[in-house]
Design a binder for this molecule. Structure first.
Ligand code: N01
Length: 527
């Protein structure tokens, strides 16, 4: 096959992919971007379900690296809606003139390392072959939806919608009977909107989740000005890896009364940020229990029917060991006459029928099924591509027992490959736009060093990788995260190895900066 030679292939046109492509082009590299969607935006292109919003304050959920972009955009609400975030992604793409670098509606199907040439041979589903010095997978941590696999799916007569791949045209729920399956963030955000329109909604719940109130509101001019004034401080924190908010000391040792009082911050509109403001929340059982008790007490206050309230109270995992949700009116939606909870612990889903969903003890007739089953997180978008490294080793095989990689960014035996916000990096545990920036800038620094020295090949040292994997594991073992059957642990996908995928340490950016300053001691350069 005749392959077109480029310097780099960047897979993905979400925020990280766009930034990577922009930086490389700026430095004069020939970049080919490839994106499965019809346009930019990544997760925000696909997740168009009603009520989709970010769960990080909008003022922080934006590129930090461009003054021009930041000062030319005005977020309207504390937590921006999906249409607004997608509009922001388009604004970035326009300002950066990024689209000419991309082939859209194209998927990378395979990438094989050519040892003789120190290049990646990349194939797409459009039959194009590329040969690239560098392959950057900016494919997102939550981009492969978990598909329903219940018997009888094909029999259902009505539409079946997947939250992570929502149709572009508005869905009309008016007068419809709807099944919402799953109670993660996607369901929790969409339920109040669907219930406001639909005739009847049955929510199929296997595990209740902790959800914190967004207390969403428009951003006032004063708040915007205060944010701008504080921006240099935030930016410095982002770049150095220091905490950007004032935190209580890690050895905080409150009395039971102090603790019970402090955990109330979970309800004051701080959303996920409030969880960071409780020291050792995901490490110390006493502190976590107090937070769980408080949130459960709030659920009981909000839900009128005490039996239903108990079913909505999570008891099987510590708060924050599954990503806490941030909602608007989720719990009070269960007070509506047209919403019922189907507790799958009392009877699991057995099959999908022509008319709806049948559980072990009842059949629910519906017109539309909404599958909100989550994602094959962090590894799914990488392992579904046939990536083969040195000796033709498939990445899927190298990761058979769990993702082995260095800093979530590089894999031993897979030279010149960078994964952005990959497993083993904090990624989804922090503001993922900023996590992407950190990884993009690191990859860029490696590529720049190679150009300066005329090197053609970089690989991570196998021992350094082993040490990092071990470190990620040990850090997780010192927390409560392993107690939850979460997507963080790979536990939501049958057969997936159970390992903590994101890195829980708070020193990641400090480590990246140190690696750059020390000229990449864990990497081996050749050529
Ligand atoms: O997915 P989830 P999500 N039978 O995995 C249930 C981000 N996000 O798309 O817990 C029955 O959280 C499953 O039940 P269980 C955010 O990081 C962000 O909602 O496995 N039920 C669970 O209730 C988030 O954490 C925003 O027992 C089944 C649900 O489906 C991540 O994406 C918004 C089942 C899946 O919940 C994922 O959220 C949305 C089965 N066979 C998402 N299989 C923002 O706010 C699964 N379930 C930015």
């Amino acid at each position: 096959m005749q392959r077109r030679e480029v310097d780099a292939v960047v897979v993905g046109a979400g925020f990280a992919g766009m930034y990577m492509s922009h930086l490389l082009r700026l430095e004069g590299y020939d970049v080919q971007g490839i994106e499965a969607a019809a346009d930019v935006g990544g997760t925000w292109f696909w997740n168009r379900y009603p009520g989709a919003r970010c769960d990080i304050p909008s003022l922080l959920y934006q590129y930090s690296w461009s003054e021009e972009i930041r000062t030319s955009w005005k977020w309207s609400e504390k937590y921006a809606t999906q249409p607004e975030i997608l509009a922001y992604a388009n604004h970035c793409a326009d300002l950066l003139d990024i689209r000419p670098l991309y082939r859209f509606e194209t998927r990378v199907t395979a990438a094989h390392w050519d040892e003789a040439a120190d290049r990646w041979l990349v194939d797409t589903d459009k039959g194009e072959g590329l040969s690239a010095r560098f392959l950057i997978m900016a494919t997102g941590a939550l981009s492969v939806p978990k598909e329903p696999d219940f018997p009888g799916l094909d029999r259902f007569k009505g539409p079946q919608l997947v939250t992570g791949r929502w149709p572009h045209d508005p869905v009309d729920f008016k007068g419809k009977r709807v099944a919402v399956v799953g109670t993660g963030s996607s369901a929790i955000q969409s339920l109040p909107h669907i219930a406001a329109e639909a005739l009847q909604v049955h929510v199929f719940q296997r595990t209740p989740n902790f959800s914190l109130p967004a207390l969403n509101a428009p951003i006032s001019d004063e708040e915007r000005a205060a944010f701008e004034a504080a921006w240099p401080f935030y930016k410095q924190a982002i770049d150095t890896g220091e905490p950007g908010v004032e935190l209580l000391p890690e050895d905080w040792d409150p009395s039971d009364e102090e603790l019970a009082e402090h955990v109330k911050i979970l309800w004051n509109g701080g959303g996920l940020v409030s969880t960071v403001q409780i020291p050792r929340l995901t490490k110390d059982e006493r502190i976590n229990d107090a937070a769980c008790d408080f949130v459960r007490s709030q659920i009981r206050e909000l839900v009128n029917d005490p039996v239903l309230a108990e079913k909505l109270c999570p008891t099987s995992f510590p708060i924050s060991t599954k990503r806490a949700c941030v909602d608007t009116d989720y719990y009070v939606t269960y007070n509506r006459d047209n919403v019922t909870l189907v507790d799958l612990n009392e009877g699991a889903i057995e099959e999908v029928t022509a008319r709806g969903i049948r559980t072990a003890d009842a059949e629910y007739d519906v017109d539309i099924i909404v599958w909100a089953l989550g994602f094959d997180a962090m590894t799914g978008a990488l392992t579904r591509v046939d990536i083969r490294g040195e000796g033709g080793t498939p990445l899927r095989q190298a990761w058979y027992a769990g993702p082995a990689m260095w800093m979530g960014m590089m894999v031993a035996g897979f030279p010149n490959l960078f994964t952005i916000t990959g497993p083993g990096s904090p990624s989804v545990l922090m503001n993922v736009i900023l996590a992407g920036e950190h990884n993009v800038e690191f990859a860029n620094a490696v590529i720049e060093r190679m150009r300066a020295r005329g090197e053609t090949r970089v690989a991570v040292d196998a021992a350094a990788q082993e040490a990092w994997v071990d470190h990620v594991r040990r850090e997780a073992e010192g927390t409560l995260f392993p107690r939850a059957n979460s997507w963080y642990m790979g536990a939501n996908i049958p057969g997936k190895p159970r390992v903590m995928l994101p890195y829980v340490g708070m020193d990641y950016k400090l480590r990246l900066n140190a690696a750059v300053a020390a000229d990449f001691p864990d990497l081996r350069f050749e050529g």
